[in-house]
Design a protein around this ligand. Structure first.
Ligand code: BES
Ligand code: MN
Ligand code: MN
Length: 461
């Protein structure tokens, strides 16, 4: 039986098994769901075993566990390490979901559920592709799986695991499906991811909440101050004003920018989808550039004072904000966090104090297109879609990827099958049934092309 025949025969089961996984609310950010996260790790381990993996283990960490499994045929054959994450973002606000987040439902040929695209639907394609290769005797090389449970909270413990298990994780390439393509008929492969510096700011004014009439006008209001500090962080061209912020930004060559300008992109459809009349971003850059090759400064949340029903006249003691800065090569998370912190403290008036707490972050990545792994992925995509993939720069972050290259010294391929419009982290997240099965079909093709290229020894990179 060919792999495609096997996939065709098992279509319904492949969908149902994914549905079972999607029913587990493995929300890593919320400790109330720690039991579900663990249950999800156990389910993933069971699936790996059933698919034919050996040495399957659930590796405890200081946080949520990592699921490991492998199939080593012959140490002389190449090894592909699959990375993915079984944890998901919180589902809130639940009332905006048309059907509940953890009751997967099919509408318009799409699977609606939290984690359907990010990343359960995508990493599970690898489990099913592996099963397919095992059952059809077509697995051409060794494979290892490392599926973690903390990606959505910054992968704080995966780095330690990688550093402690370099031999076990040894591979010729790390294959990841946790990114998007341009469209179902325009396949693409991400060659870059943005880094991230995520901070929380606390601005303190008076030592207690005050009557906004009795004291208002005489004492600094930390919410007003915080808003003005935030407003100063971009100039009229939406350039970020933090001194030194752009110092390390790797300028994109005119050639690369010209290639980006040719990337198919329908700006009208993009605006329509988002319900906005106009886009807003840094002057001098296109939308694709603004999300791909330029750093950002975004408020993710802001609070303080009274936000309950009706009104309460109060001059609050404290104001808070959560801010993410997306980074591009060669910016560094620690450096940007420090620049931000110094800047915010420098522009704060003496009437308030400012405290900055860094949260998780990650470094940006850029991968070459002339490497054996990229070329194998391109060939696999070509086999499935009948077209060359377009190299793209993803706007999101996968914090551990930079560490994979640094610590494990292993090249990464980001062969994602989702779409940016799948509603990742939003209500009504979905993943196309088309995308799920195209992925399962393409992965064995990657194995084939990668092994062939390695065995023929045409190149060593
Ligand atoms: N899979 C996404 C990242 C992504 C999505 C990259 C689409 C490229 C295209 C990942 O799960 C994610 O959401 N990462 C977080 C990082 C974090 C919570 C530390 C992000 O980008 O905000
Ligand atoms: Mn993801
Ligand atoms: Mn995510």
């Amino acid at each position: 039986m060919t792999p495609n025949q096997y996939i065709e025969q098992n279509k319904d089961r492949f969908l149902n098994e994914l549905f079972d996984l999607l029913r587990i609310p493995s929300i890593s950010a919320d400790t109330a769901f720690a039991g579900d996260v663990k249950r999800c790790a156990e389910a993933v381990a069971e699936h790996l075993k059933k698919a034919g993996a050996d040495n399957v283990s659930i590796e405890p960490t200081a946080g949520h566990p990592i699921v490991y499994g492998e199939k080593i045929f012959d140490p002389n054959l190449p090894t592909i390490l699959i990375y993915g994450h079984y944890d998901v973002q919180p589902s809130a606000p639940d009332e905006l979901w048309e059907t509940p987040a953890f009751e997967p439902t099919i509408r318009n040929e799409k699977i609606y559920a939290r984690g359907s695209a990010d990343d359960k639907g995508q990493f599970f394609m690898h489990v099913k592709a592996f099963e397919t290769m095992m059952q059809t005797n077509t697995l051409s090389c060794n494979v290892k799986f490392m599926i973690e449970g903390e990606e959505e909270v910054g992968s704080a413990n995966l780095g330690t695991f990688c550093k402690a298990n370099k031999e076990k994780l040894k591979a010729d390439v790390i294959l990841i499906s946790d990114t998007s393509m341009i469209a179902n008929d325009i396949p693409s492969i991400d060659v870059g991811l943005r880094g991230l510096s995520y901070v929380q700011v606390e601005v303190t004014g008076p030592n207690r909440d005050l009557h906004s009439g009795v004291y208002g006008g005489a004492v600094a209001n930390p919410i007003n101050i915080l808003c003005s500090m935030i407003a100063q962080s971009h100039d009229e061209n939406r350039h970020i004003t933090i001194p030194g912020f752009y110092d390390d930004v790797l300028e994109t060559s005119a050639e690369d920018r010209a290639a980006m300008a040719k990337t198919p992109f329908d700006e009208e459809a993009y605006k329509r989808d988002l319900g906005v009349k106009e886009l807003l971003g840094e002057k001098g850059f296109s939308t694709i550039e603004r999300t791909g090759i330029r750093p950002t400064f975004e408020l993710n949340g802001i609070w303080g004072g009274y936000t309950g029903e009706g009104s309460k006249t109060v001059l609050p003691s404290k104001a808070y904000a959560k801010i993410s800065m997306r980074l591009v090569p060669n910016q560094s998370n620690d450096k940007i966090t420090k620049l931000f912190s110094d800047y915010f403290k420098s522009i704060a008036p003496p009437s308030v104090t400012v405290e900055v707490t860094p949260h998780h972050g990650g470094e940006p990545v850029l991968t070459p297109t002339n490497s054996v792994p990229y070329q194998a992925a391109a060939a696999a995509i070509r086999d499935t879609f009948g077209k060359d993939p377009i190299p793209t720069r993803g706007g999101g972050s996968i914090p551990i990827v930079a560490l994979f290259e640094q610590e494990l010294k292993t090249k990464v391929v980001l062969m994602g099958f989702g779409l940016d419009s799948d509603g990742l982290h939003s209500p009504n997240e979905h993943y196309g049934i088309f995308n799920y099965f195209r992925g399962i079909e393409t992965i064995p093709r990657f194995f084939h092309h990668f092994t062939e290229a390695k065995n023929s020894g045409v190149a060593s990179n």
